[in-house]
Design a protein around this ligand. Structure first.
Ligand SMILES: Nc1nc2c(ncn2[C@@H]2O[C@H](COP(=O)(O)OP(=O)(O)OP(=O)(O)O)[C@@H](O)[C@H]2O)c(=O)[nH]1
Ligand SMILES: [Mg+2]
Length: 317
C-alpha cells in the first residue's frame, strides 16, 4: 500500500507507474538475475547489485552510497534474505533521498510573493524544453494563473512555430518576433507585456543550439540582464531541462550547464520509453539543484511535479 496515498492522486500515480514501466521491468529483471540461486545477501550479491544499479543509470557515486547502506545493514542483521532485497533497497533509496530537502513538492505552484514569476527554460537541443513549457502552461492555467510565453529561441523558425502550437493548444498568449531576431529583445518584450497584462507566470523558451557553447551561455546571460530591466529579480527560476533517456549523458549536461550558467531547478524528461529512469535517483541525490519536474510522455498532462516519495513508491511498488 502506498504510504503516500493521501496526497498522491490516483491519476498521477497511474501516469507515473506507466512512465516508469520500462525502467522498472529492466531493473527488476536484472535484480532477479543478480540474486538467482542465492538465499542470502552476501558479497557476491552486493557486487551484482552494484552492477545492476550502475547499469540502470543511477550513477556510480549514488550507487556506492546505496551499497554502503546495504552493507551496513548486512553487518547489523546476521541474516538478510535476498527475498527482502527489494524492500531493503526501497528503504535505503528512500532514506538516501530524504537526506536532501528537495523533491518534497506535490503540486504545480509558484511562490506567492513574486508576481510576475519569470521562468526561463534552458537546455541543449531536443531535450524537451518547448514541450515542457507547453505542459507547464497548461498546469499553471488549470490553477487559475495567468500565463504568457516568450519565443526567445529565434535560432530556428520551427522553434517559434512549435511554441506557437503550444500557446494555441493551451490558449495562452505568446510574444514572438521573426526568426533570427535578438532573443534578449523577445524576452524583454515578453516580460514587459506580462507586466502590462498582469501575468502571474512568464515562461521564456530559449535556444538549445547556437554556433558554439560560449555563444549560448553569453546569450543566456544577456537574456537575464535584459529581463531585469523590467523585473529586477527576474528570472525567478532557471529551469534546466535534461533528456532522461540519455542516461549518464543527462548527468554530464547537468554538470556542464550548471558550471557555465546559473541554474535553479531541473526537469528530467522522456522517462517513458526508456530503461534509464534510475538517472532521476542519481541526479536528485547528487545535484544541489532540485529536480522539480519529470516528463513521462508527450501528452499535455504528462508532466509531473517530482516528488521523491512518490517516485520511490512507484518504483518499488
Ligand atoms: N516520450 C516523451 N517525449 C517527450 C517528452 N518531452 C518531450 N518529448 C519529445 O521530445 C521531442 C523534442 O521536444 P522539444 O520540446 O521540441 O525539445 P526542445 O528542447 O524544445 O528542442 P529544440 O527546440 O530543438 O532545442 C518532441 O518530439 C517531444 O514530443 C517526454 O516526457 N516523453
Ligand atoms: Mg524548442
Amino acid at each position: 500500500m502506498s504510504f503516500f496515498k493521501n496526497i498522491f492522486s490516483k491519476e498521477k500515480k497511474e501516469t507515473l507507474d506507466k512512465g516508469l514501466e520500462k525502467t522498472k521491468s529492466s531493473f527488476f529483471s536484472k535484480l532477479s538475475k543478480a540474486v538467482a540461486g542465492k538465499a542470502k545477501v552476501d558479497d557476491d550479491v552486493l557486487d551484482n547489485l552494484e552492477e545492476v544499479l550502475v547499469s540502470s543509470d543511477v550513477g556510480v557515486e549514488t550507487t556506492l552510497k546505496i551499497i554502503d547502506r546495504i552493507e551496513e545493514r548486512v553487518s547489523r542483521d546476521k541474516y538478510l534474505g535476498t527475498d527482502e532485497l527489494n524492500q531493503i533497497l526501497r528503504e535505503e533509496i528512500a532514506g538516501l533521498l530524504s537526506e536532501t530537502n528537495t523533491g518534497d513538492e506535490t503540486d504545480f505552484t509558484i511562490p506567492v510573493n513574486s508576481k510576475p514569476y519569470v521562468l526561463m527554460v534552458v537546455g541543449v537541443n531536443g531535450v524537451g524544453k518547448t514541450t515542457t513549457i507547453g505542459k507547464l502552461a497548461s498546469q499553471f492555467k488549470k490553477k487559475g494563473l495567468k500565463v504568457i510565453l516568450g519565443a526567445a529561441d529565434t535560432f530556428r523558425a520551427a522553434a517559434i512555430d512549435q511554441l506557437q502550437v503550444w500557446a494555441d493548444r493551451t490558449d495562452v498568449p505568446i510574444v514572438r518576433q521573426e526568426m533570427g531576431s535578438d532573443p534578449a529583445s523577445v524576452a524583454f518584450d515578453t516580460v514587459q507585456s506580462g507586466v502590462n497584462h498582469g501575468a502571474d507566470v512568464i515562461i521564456i523558451d530559449t535556444a538549445g543550439r547556437l554556433h558554439n557553447k560560449v555563444n549560448l551561455m553569453n546569450e543566456l546571460t544577456k537574456i537575464k540582464r535584459v529581463m531585469q530591466k523590467v523585473v529586477p529579480d527576474a528570472p525567478h527560476d532557471v529551469l534546466l531541462v535534461l533528456d532522461g533517456s540519455t542516461g549518464q549523458n543527462a548527468f554530464e549536461q547537468a554538470k556542464q550547464f550548471t558550471k557555465a550558467t546559473e541554474v535553479t531547478s531541473l526537469a528530467v524528461t522522456k522517462l517513458d520509453g526508456t530503461a534509464k529512469g534510475g538517472v532521476v535517483i542519481g541526479i536528485s541525490d547528487q545535484f544541489q539543484i532540485p529536480v522539480k519536474y519529470i516528463g513521462v510522455g508527450e501528452g499535455i498532462d504528462d508532466l509531473q511535479v517530482f516528488n521523491k516519495h512518490e517516485f520511490v513508491d512507484s518504483f518499488f511498488k
